[in-house]
Each structure stands twice: as C-alpha cells, then as structure tokens.
Design a protein around this ligand. Structure first.
Ligand SMILES: O=P(O)(O)OC[C@H](O)CO
Length: 424
C-alpha cells in the first residue's frame, strides 16, 4: 500500500480546486505515495491550525505557510529544512535555478533553504480597459496623482465605484507592506526585522500616513468603495463583475478574474502606482512556501520529498502558474512557460508585469522582505485600526499610532518568547 501523508494549505475558492488537481496529478503519477490535501480555508487558519495540531502531535507532513508566517516558522524550529530533506532523500535540486529574491526569502542568512518556494506572487493594479477607454485613457495610472485624477474622471463618466479596496487585516499586504517597499520605506526598524527580534514598527513616521490620509479622502469623496465578503461582495468579484474599475490584489487572483469575469470585459494588470517623484523599488515577494514539519516518519519524509520534487518540475510549474496567476519560481519554469507561448496570449500577457514589478530594482535591505514574529496579529491590528479610521472613530495619525503601539506589544511578546535566540 502507498505511504500516506497530509498536506494542509490555505488557498480557497478556484485556487483550492487547482491545488486539488495538482495533488491528484501527483497521486496518479506514481504508486508509492498518496498525499491527502486539505484546505484550511485561509492562510491565517492554516498557521493557527498547524500550531494547534503540532501541540497535539497531529501535524501534517507538509504545510503551506504564507509570507507573514515565515519568521514564526523559522524560530519555531519545528521543521525539516527543505534543502536537507531533498538531498537526504536523493533528489538533486538546482537551487540556483530559483529566482534569487524568492529563494532568499525562505533561506537563512547563510543561504540554506528552509522551505520550498511554491506560490509566489506580488500585488498589482487590476484595471478595467473598457471603463478607462470611456475617459480617453489607454494606460493604467503610474502615479497616485494620476490615479486620483482617473478616479474623478471615472466618477464623472458615471462609474459608481472607480476603485475598490478591502481594509481587513490581510490587506495590510498591498496597502501597507507593498506600498512601503515600492517607496523604499521601512515598516519596522532593524531592516524590517531581519536584523533583530527587537525590531519595532515605524509606519506612523513614514509616507504610509499620507497614503492612508489620501485613501480616506478618496473614500469620503465616493471615489473608493470598501468591498469584502462580509459586506456582501468580495473585492476581486467587485472587479471581475465590472462593478468596480480598479483593485489592488495579488497576481495569484489573475486566473480567478479570468475565469469569473463578466463576458467580454476587457481588463489588464499594471504595477501598483507610486507617488510622483518616487524612485520605484521592487515590490515584495508574496504568496506562500511549503514547509515540511518535524516529528514524522522516514517514509512520510520520502513521500514529502517526492511531492516537492513533483511540485518543482517545470511541467507542474506550467500547470500551476497558468491555472492560477502565481509566477513560476524558477528560471526553468519561467522559460518553459514562455516557450509554450503562454505569455503571448491575451490576457496572459499582463502576467509578466508581476515579474517586472518584482525585479524593478535590486532589492534593498527594506525591499527584500519582512521578518516580524507573530505578524498575523500585526495584520489583524492593521485591520482593526483601518476600520476605526474609515468609520471616523479615530483620526488617521491616531489610528496609525495605535497600530504601532499595539503591534509593538505583539513584537515585545515574541521577543520575550524567543529570548536570546536569533533568526537563522
Ligand atoms: O494572495 P497571495 O497568495 O498572493 O498572498 C498575498 C500575501 O502574500 C499573503 O500574505
């Protein structure tokens, strides 16, 4: 009988279906192992459930952990390093084939890869070309000044929702983290946490304050609407249905927009706008990586290694990336997609914009990533304060000061838990 093992992941909706097909393809490709893939509904739930399962000795063998959980995973020590797992099980992976910014995100400072790059992304501006044509525009706005003018023109042309944003915790990713990276502004001291567990948030002293002030003012003018599942319409669906003309979301949603869009709607993706005069930097690598957890049997580890080897195959990369929107994480995967002609077809052409955004500059100590412990709680705090700001319960500066104060308490607790330890 095949050795069975579990893979927990956080993607849902259409992306969940693509993961399940990938798992089925792996199971059908060989007879020795059988992976059971279970969505936990969201990235946060996956991390929480994994920690709880670990305590009960019931952790899965492989788990998908989002960018925000990377520091927590690294310090937990509860994993089998990806590089070691592959070499000990006889797989020769050319780690140099991975895009450097992506591999580095999941590696120690000495370059040892701890988790396996899988669904990498970045945030993009999705824009409705039909609506922009009505205001005489054939290009997406490159600056926030232009975006504001376009939103006003769209409103004037009768569009009720020029831009939709979501202000829940997870949207910290595009609204706070990506914005800060593009403008080369830190979100925390110690190079966003890379240089010490005593890092603390800095976003109440950067141009993030001006950005939230502008977003709030555009919201007050009716140029921006807040969309979320809880409020009745998911932000991605608000765009795909043609109800809202711009959103900022992951390139990983590109496939979902294509599959669920209003028939005939013409749309594209562009790099996120920056303020005029900004020297644009690379955007952050988002998405998630695959961690192999400690405490499993040698046979389960063999299965996990075979599964990761399958995930790594350029053919799987072609299947995965073309059906989702996530970027290929290796040069060979990217070249395989290019040679298959994938990027020549509309609307897939636009997806190369994600690679352009990720490589817009050499990564700086600020733009290589974020390494803050318990970052899930910091994102939740971001959501709480944004809700309070948009509901006029606190002013913008006050809300962001609260975000910093409450997040610093989270960071202090994390530092105390791992007293004397360092990020690997
Ligand atoms: O929507 P994804 O999968 O690209 O992930 C976005 C963020 O990195 C999640 O933390």
């Amino acid at each position: 009988a095949p050795t069975k093992f579990d893979f927990w992941f956080g993607l849902s909706g259409d992306l969940e279906r693509v993961v399940q097909t990938m798992c089925k393809n792996f199971n059908e490709s060989q007879k020795d192992y059988e992976v059971s893939c279970v969505s936990q509904g969201s990235y946060d739930a996956t991390l929480q459930n994994t920690i709880a399962a670990f305590r009960a000795g019931k952790q899965p063998t492989v788990v998908q952990v989002y960018d925000a959980g990377t520091a927590t995973m690294m310090l937990s020590g509860a994993y089998y390093p990806a590089g070691k797992l592959m070499s000990e099980n006889g797989y020769k992976i050319d780690w140099n084939d991975y895009f450097p910014g992506i591999a580095r995100y999941y590696a120690t400072s000495k370059g040892e890869l701890l988790s396996f790059p899988f669904n990498s992304s970045t945030a993009l501006l999705y824009w409705n070309k039909d609506a922009f044509a009505k205001i005489g525009k054939t290009e997406a706005p490159k600056t926030w000044e232009d975006a504001a003018a376009d939103m006003k023109a769209l409103k004037g042309a009768g569009y009720d929702c020029p831009m939709a944003i979501n202000i829940s915790g997870n949207e910290s990713w595009q609204l706070m983290e990506q914005f800060s990276a593009l403008h080369n502004q830190p979100i925390a001291t110690k190079n966003n946490g890379y240089d010490g567990l005593d890092a603390r948030l800095t976003v109440n002293k950067t141009s993030f304050v001006k950005y939230v002030t502008d977003l709030k003012s555009w919201y007050d003018q009716g140029l921006i609407k807040i969309k979320s599942k809880d409020l009745g319409q998911d932000m991605v669906q608000a765009f795909a249905s043609g109800d809202c003309q711009m959103i900022m979301t992951s390139v990983g949603d590109h496939g979902t927009v294509g599959k669920t869009q209003k028939a005939g709607m013409s749309w594209d993706v562009a790099e996120l706008p920056v303020y005029a005069g900004t020297e644009r930097k690379n955007s952050l690598v988002g998405g998630a990586s695959l961690w192999v957890l400690s405490g499993k049997s040698a046979d389960e580890y063999k299965g996990a290694a075979a599964f990761l080897n399958f995930v790594h195959d350029p053919k799987t990369a072609l299947f995965w990336s073309s059906n989702t929107g996530y970027i290929p994480v290796t040069n060979s995967g990217f070249n395989f997609m290019k040679s298959s002609g994938f990027y020549d077809k509309a609307p897939y052409k636009g997806r190369e914009v994600a690679i352009a955004s990720l490589t817009a500059s050499e990564p700086t100590p600020i733009t290589r990533g974020i390494r803050l412990g318990n970052f899930t709680q910091i994102r939740a705090e971001f959501g709480n304060q944004m809700q309070a700001i948009f509901a006029n319960k606190v002013g913008v500066q006050e809300g962001i000061d609260n975000l910093v104060k409450n997040s610093d308490a989270v960071l202090e607790r994390f530092e105390a838990t791992y007293k004397g330890k360092q990020l690997p």
